[in-house]
Design a protein around this ligand. Structure first.
Ligand SMILES: [Zn+2]
Length: 654
């Protein structure tokens, strides 16, 4: 089943014809057809061209673009064009621009210049979305709607009076009374007791650390406020084109937005991913975010933006060496993507992204980049049968945005160095290296289908979440600094791990963060040793708890580091290498053993083997089958050239 009206794997990119004279368009669509492009994302930043004056629309150019695309077999991921308001809207209503935490109203001249809570912006955005749906709802090129663009990339929060009003309304709905808000925020600390909601403001820049309870609610509110903006447009589209899927492009593992909540509001999940070619480990981190995208709705997703080669927004923008663009694209498909799209189709001649690579580079069809484009288009056609296939994972990594926001609150934590992404990767990377499929899951999802559930950190843990973890029927591993606070960021009575106390059988006597660069040795029960960095804890285990590892040396010498009660393992530190813990809990969870730097991913009846190294590799095949990329039968073993891939349709597997 396809996510959109387009069969097979989608291939294409952002197309900005408004940046080019019309005579270029004919060449664009001709080359798109030549490369096998099946979808173009259109009109993302085109508001000022579509509505040059209030209520006066000029759709004529977009009519011609969509007709041209359709005539050349290219479907449209049509944006509602609301990612940036036109200058007239900002001049007529300066209050639509966001205000930063210091009270400075930002100016026009970039993008995402809007206050998420502005009723004026919302009204105009919904009106444009309605006009777009009315105009193009029946156009044969329309395959899906693209609302906004990369929400929270530049504008996550706004501190203007309108946002303050919106925040107060949100707080009233959450707490009902200012007394309840005072209790939740602990306003008795530092003399912040409120006597009315009208006294409450967003957490603007203040003389010292801001109330962490206020900050946590602000994070929740900011995610919700932008989501309201998205759903307002979505509802307008659905009313007119109920059969056309609606998406907005996510930004991988983004701190600002609760994608568990967001994904539930869209018809399909799409993502923008820009792994850094200069980072040799980037294919692991990006695999984690791809698995998150697949897990958000537990079905295939779309890679809506990626870079053919270099980006333009890092301090140093390293290009992708030969083979990497193809390899990273196939990697997204391996992890559940039903399409690979790029920013952008034709490389711009002006603007902040003029040096960002494109499918069709400045140098045109004689470039290495264009040859890569042709090759990838052909490869994706060969993999059409993969579209729609599901991934079966027996291991889940659990995390939630509320806990992340609490964990990384500024200026009030035992250590600023304990970061959720590091914690997630400390578990994900070794699982990835073993070719073990991993789902991501929120802490309140039913986890009974998994044989192993790993919670790298759950700083904020409610009684309900603790109950969900206690109901895990497989192995459960809980990482450090978990069960510390409740939903209001207040420490659980008796301290950590709070509601996980009985499940884990340990109490944390004291947090023991390690200074930068310091290590703490850990001795496992089997005699092996390892190192912890960043974080450790002084634990008091119950009598019936088994100690699997102890701290060795230093102030914690001899104290338990890793413990186990029943099927629940607690790891009180950030270990360099979690292999001994994984070896104990994984049992016979299916793994795919491959050389270091080679990635093995199973998707449906297909096995992807991806060589991320710059050396040739020989891999023993666990299955015989047909390589879809070369259309050859393989059995026994296969040689993989540097940055090459095999996509095996497993023989006999249906
Ligand atoms: Zn505002």
């Amino acid at each position: 089943m396809s996510l959109t009206r387009v069969p097979g794997l989608l291939f294409g990119g952002d197309y900005n014809p408004e940046q080019w004279p019309e005579e270029v368009w004919a060449e664009d669509v001709r080359l798109m057809a030549e490369a096998g492009v099946t979808m173009a994302t259109v009109a993302v930043f085109a508001w000022s061209r579509l509505e040059p004056a209030p209520g006066a629309y000029d759709f004529s150019w977009l009519d011609r673009v969509l007709d041209l695309l359709h005539e050349h077999g290219v479907a449209a991921d049509l944006a509602t064009a609301t990612a940036t308001p036109p200058p007239w809207l900002v001049r007529d209503h300066p209050e639509v621009m966001p205000v930063d935490a210091a009270g400075v109203r930002l100016e026009f001249g970039s993008r995402q210049g809007y206050c998420p809570s502005s009723p004026v912006f919302r009204e105009h955005a919904v009106r444009l979305a309605t006009a777009m749906a009315t105009r193009y709802g029946g156009h044969p090129a329309l395959a899906m709607w693209h609302v906004g663009n990369e929400y929270a990339d530049h504008t996550l929060e706004c501190f203007c009076p309108e946002s303050a009003r919106h925040f107060r309304a949100w707080l009233r709905a959450r707490y009902g009374s200012v007394g309840a808000l005072n209790a939740a925020w602990g306003t008795s600390c530092w003399g912040q007791h409120y006597t009315g909601f009208e006294q409450v403001e967003p957490p603007r820049r203040a003389p010292g650390p801001v109330n962490p309870g206020q900050l946590l609610d602000w994070r929740r509110f900011c995610s919700d406020a932008l989501l309201e903006l998205f759903t307002a447009e979505r509802d307008a589209l659905r009313a007119i084109t109920p059969g056309v899927p609606v998406t907005t492009n996510f930004m991988s593992l983004l701190h600002g937005l609760d994608y568990w909540a967001w994904a539930a509001e869209e018809d399909l999940v799409s993502d923008d991913a820009y792994p850094d070619p200069a980072d040799p480990g980037s294919h692991v981190a990006v695999a984690l975010s791809y698995d998150l995208m697949r897990s958000l709705r537990q079905r295939p997703w779309l890679l809506l933006e990626s870079a053919p080669s270099a980006v333009s927004w890092r301090e140093v923008n390293v290009p992708k060496p030969p083979g990497m663009m193809r390899l990273h694209s196939l990697q997204a498909v391996a992890h559940g993507a039903d399409g690979v799209m790029f920013f952008q189709w034709r490389q711009a001649r002006y603007g902040p992204e003029k040096f960002h690579s494109a499918l069709l580079p400045h140098g045109g069809v004689h470039t290495r980049g264009w040859q890569d484009t042709l090759r990838l288009g052909a490869d994706l056609r060969r993999l059409a049968e993969v579209a729609g296939a599901a991934t079966r994972a027996e291991v889940a990594l659990v995390f939630g945005w509320e806990s992340w926001w609490g964990l990384e609150a500024p200026e009030s934590m035992p250590s600023d160095r304990l970061r959720l992404k590091d914690l997630l990767l400390s578990w994900y990377a070794p699982l990835h290296a073993r070719g073990i499929a991993v789902d991501l899951a929120p802490p309140d999802r039913d986890l009974s289908a998994y044989r192993v559930v790993i919670v790298p950190n759950l700083y904020l843990c409610t009684a309900e979440q603790a109950k969900a973890l206690a109901a895990v029927t497989g192995e459960l591993v809980v990482g450090p600094f978990s069960g510390v606070v409740d939903a209001s960021d207040q420490v659980h009575p008796g301290g950590a791990p709070g509601p996980l106390r009985d499940l884990l059988g340990v109490a944390v006597d004291e947090f023991w963060p390690l200074p930068d660069g310091a290590t703490q040795r850990v001795r496992h029960a089997d005699g092996g040793t390892g190192l912890a960095r960043t974080w450790a804890e002084w634990l008091r285990p119950d009598d019936d708890v088994t100690v699997l590892a102890r701290y060795a040396g230093g102030d914690l010498d001899g104290l338990p580091a890793v413990t186990r009660r029943g099927r629940a393992t607690y790891v009180s530190c950030l270990l360099d290498d979690v292999t001994p813990v994984l070896d104990r809990v994984l049992g016979d969870v299916p793994a795919l053993r491959v050389p270091p730097g080679v990635e093995a991913v199973r998707r449906g009846r297909h096995l992807f083997l991806l060589n991320h190294t710059t050396d040739p590799q020989r891999i023993t095949l666990p299955f015989a089958g047909r390589d879809l990329l070369t259309d050859t039968d393989l059995r026994g073993s296969v040689g993989l050239a540097p940055r090459d891939a095999v996509v095996l349709r497993i023989e006999g597997d249906t």
